[in-house]
Design a protein around this ligand. Structure first.
Ligand code: ADP
Ligand code: ZN
Length: 729
């Protein structure tokens, strides 16, 4: 049971302000519980905090101020406090930043906000117009349930004044009701599907886990279209039967619409949603209801891991290999790993679902730390697409054209049959480089060491690092030549232009995250495509992520070699995953699919592994290489990025850190660098990186903390430590 602090007792409060310690306050009138959300004075301000434990009392009691008030929210549970502390220790993140992650709902402390609702009243209007009758009919159909004015006006097809008029006559009753209402109950037994044999077996194992009340992690590896979602929804169902909550993490907001529909079909109602596209009031409702147990299932982005669940029993990480689970700014955490940590603290089950798991998860299953369940065939009549390489060395292509004649013919054949084709290119924008034909100058970002990418849709050049945009210049900024600026290389927008010229009769849809003003617009486009509203889909990485396009039978990968360039530790793994994922978009319904990979190096071991489908072979080889090199997951890495506007200052610090490495050497860790980061300047700040490599199983974080703690960050200097870095930029 959580401790209670009587009025006047000293309590230690963690605030969201960037302080390096807890602050003592006196418990307010009426006392407070451990974990209580409170408002405390800090200098002249009032700030949000959580009662973290008993006060230290190393301050003159007379000077200790009092908690201003306890907020109207369920106190933070021990489980979440402990999760925040351990996640903070793991990622070397100060606690105030961890608390900010857990309180991302505005207006937490405000009194419950109210809204006006309408239901059927007693009175009868003397004059019954058509519009009035429609309003009353809608309310009668609701069987006593209430609607907001907006909902009612829309359902009845009337203006709000009609409703107001009826309210005055008493025919409609107006009431105020709290806005933060619980979510509709989900029925675990509402609409389950008949499962295929291997699905049923996997579901049974997941159900047993969810019913155990213990921690456990399962790697659910199933080929694309095998029905992983149907299977893990059975684990969700079991968690609900146990009276516990479930969380499903999706890598992409655009996937939620389809998923919500499936949840509704399975459980009879929609779950709570948590991501950046959710309105402020709805976020607050979700936050509160999750804490009060009024939300049984949350579907969300990685930040939903920090919600105040009252009894979390299951976390599903769908497409667990997806790199977007790693947060690359602010608190650098990997949601997949944090899901496992939180589950181990609250005795919950984790399901990591993927057709192409990360090497980390594969290795954990291999070592017996995770249970592995496999679904090896597609559900129903669907079969896995055939994958073939298309050797570009033998294709006759004019310059500035990217769709080979062979691929063109394949696309035409599909469209002629009324099926869909997809052209995949993992590059946003029109062209990655703008070059001056007169002097050779390439237009770069004024603040970063990066080229500006032309986005013709926006009619601007955009820096993909810092987001800076400039209108496309008429003359070369370097030599002043007119009409000499040329676009070099393809992006999806340029590919779309080529496709429009090649297939003038076809309906094209371009899917790239930057082409849509809102998540909603993107969702609608995805639904439209799924329903057959396009013949050719042209897309970036976005399309590789789990969308279901039943009519799609051909995937053409424009540049299968793209990800193999560069020295990234995970280049092979990423290319393998991405190619197999994108190929998996084809032939998900009855008609079989084909994936054609345009490549200049069909003999490359990774390309061969992708085509052969020998996944276990690929992972074993990749694992062996990493093991031999002592690289993750068989060794540990931490990246340190130093940055400053002053290039000398940042190198000086880097060199000092490389020299004074005793704390690291004590645990057997080594420092590499300093070296200019692959992108050496971002937003006008020079960047230098050090890499720390350590054997697996050593206490790396305390050593890192001790090592980094020796250095004062003066002036403009910043340091970011990235544990288990995923991207090396
Ligand atoms: P995955 O997540 O493995 O790619 P999905 O769960 O999306 O696969 O399933 C692929 C398709 O097959 C979906 O349209 C899904 O509704 C359908 N499906 C899968 N299992 C079943 C089942 N047991 N009964 C009916 N339809 C199913
Ligand atoms: Zn920039």
């Amino acid at each position: 049971m959580d401790s209670f602090y009587d009025q006047g007792t000293l309590v230690a409060v963690l605030t969201t302000q960037p302080l390096d310690r807890l602050l003592d306050y006196r418990a307010p009138e009426g006392g407070c519980f451990q974990g209580a959300f409170v408002e405390v004075p800090l200098g002249p301000r009032k700030v949000l905090g959580v009662v973290w434990g008993p006060g230290k009392g190393d301050f003159d009691y007379a000077k200790v101020r009092s908690v201003i008030r306890v907020l109207d929210a369920v106190p933070m549970r021990d489980e979440l406090r402990s999760f925040l502390e351990r996640a903070g220790d793991y990622t070397l993140t100060p606690m105030p930043a961890m608390l900010r992650l857990a309180t991302r709902a505005p207006g937490l402390g405000e009194a419950p906000s109210m809204r006006r609702i309408y239901r059927l009243g007693e009175g009868e209007p003397s004059r019954l117009t058509d519009a009035r009758r429609r309003v009353l009919d809608v309310l009668r159909d609701m069987g006593g349930l209430a609607l907001t004015q907006g909902e009612l006006a829309e359902a009845a097809g009337v203006t709000p004044s009609v409703i107001k008029g009826l309210a005055k006559l008493g025919a409609v009753r107006e009431e105020d009701a709290p806005r933060d209402t619980p979510f509709p109950r989900l029925d675990a037994d509402y609409g389950g599907k008949d499962l295929a044999e291997d699905q049923a077996k996997a579901a049974e194992a997941l159900r047993a886990g969810a019913a155990s009340g213990r921690y456990g992690t399962v790697l659910l590896k199933g080929v694309t279209g095998s029905g992983k979602t149907e299977v893990y929804l059975e684990a969700v169902a079991e968690a609900l039967r146990q009276g516990r909550q479930a969380l499903v993490l999706l890598p992409e907001i655009a996937l939620t619409a389809e998923f919500l529909t499936r949840v509704e079909a399975r459980f009879g109602a929609k779950p709570a949603e948590w991501h950046s596209g959710v309105t402020v009031t709805e976020r607050r409702r979700v936050w509160k209801q999750v804490a009060q147990g009024g939300a049984q299932l949350v579907v969300g982005a990685r930040s939903s891991l920090f919600l105040p669940f009252s009894d979390l029993g299951l976390i599903v990480v769908d497409e667990e290999h997806d790199t977007s689970y790693k947060q690359d700014e602010g608190v650098l955490y990997n949601a997949r790993d944090m899901a496992v940590l939180r589950a181990s603290i609250c005795s919950a089950q984790v399901v990591l679902a993927s057709a192409t798991p990360s090497l980390e998860s594969w290795a954990n299953a291999d070592a017996g730390k995770y249970t592995r369940l496999d679904l090896t065939s597609r559900f129903g009549a669907a079969v896995l697409p055939e994958m073939r390489s298309l050797d570009m060395r033998g294709e006759d292509l004019p310059s500035n054209r990217w769709v080979s004649p062979t691929l063109q013919a394949a696309v035409r054949a599909r469209i002629a049959k009324g099926e869909q084709a997809m052209l995949f290119l993992n590059r946003r924008g029109y062209a990655p480089v703008t070059i001056c034909r007169a002097c050779g100058h390439q237009i770069g970002c004024p603040h970063c060491d990066a080229r500006m990418v032309e986005h013709r849709f926006l009619q601007r050049l955009v820096c993909h690092q810092c987001g800076e945009t400039i209108p496309k210049p008429e003359t070369c900024p370097s030599c002043g030549a007119e009409d000499k600026l040329a676009a070099v290389g393809p992006g999806v927008e340029r590919l779309a232009e080529e496709a429009a010229a090649l297939f003038p009769e076809a309906r094209l849809a371009v899917l790239s995250s930057d082409l849509f003003g809102s998540a909603r617009a993107l969702k609608e486009e995805i639904v439209r495509i799924a329903e057959g509203g396009a013949d050719i889909v042209i897309g970036t990485q976005l399309v590789a992520k789990g969308h279901n396009f039943p009519l799609l039978t051909l995937v053409g990968v424009i540049d299968a070699d793209l990800g193999l360039q560069g020295s990234d530790l995970r280049a092979a793994e990423r290319t393998f995953q991405l190619m197999r994922q994108v190929a998996g978009r084809a032939g998900r319904a009855e008609k079989p699919g084909v994936a054609l990979l345009q490549t200049y190096q069909p003999e490359h071991p990774v390309i061969r592994a992708i085509l052969s489908g020998d996944e276990e072979g690929f992972w074993k080889a990749e694992a062996e290489e990493r093991r031999a090199a002592g690289m993750p997951p068989y060794g540990r890495l931490a990246g340190v990025i130093l940055s400053s506007t002053d290039v000398q200052e940042v190198f000086d610090l880097g060199n000092a850190m490389a020299r004074q490495d005793a704390a690291l050497r004590r645990v057997g860790a080594q420092v590499y660098g300093p070296a200019p980061a692959p992108i050496a300047r971002v937003r006008g700040r020079h960047r230098v990186r050090l890499l720390v490599k350590a054997p697996k199983g050593v206490a790396l974080q305390p050593a890192l903390a001790e090592w980094a703690g020796q250095f004062r960050l003066k002036g403009e200097l910043r340091m970011a430590i990235d544990i288990d870095p995923q991207n090396f930029f």
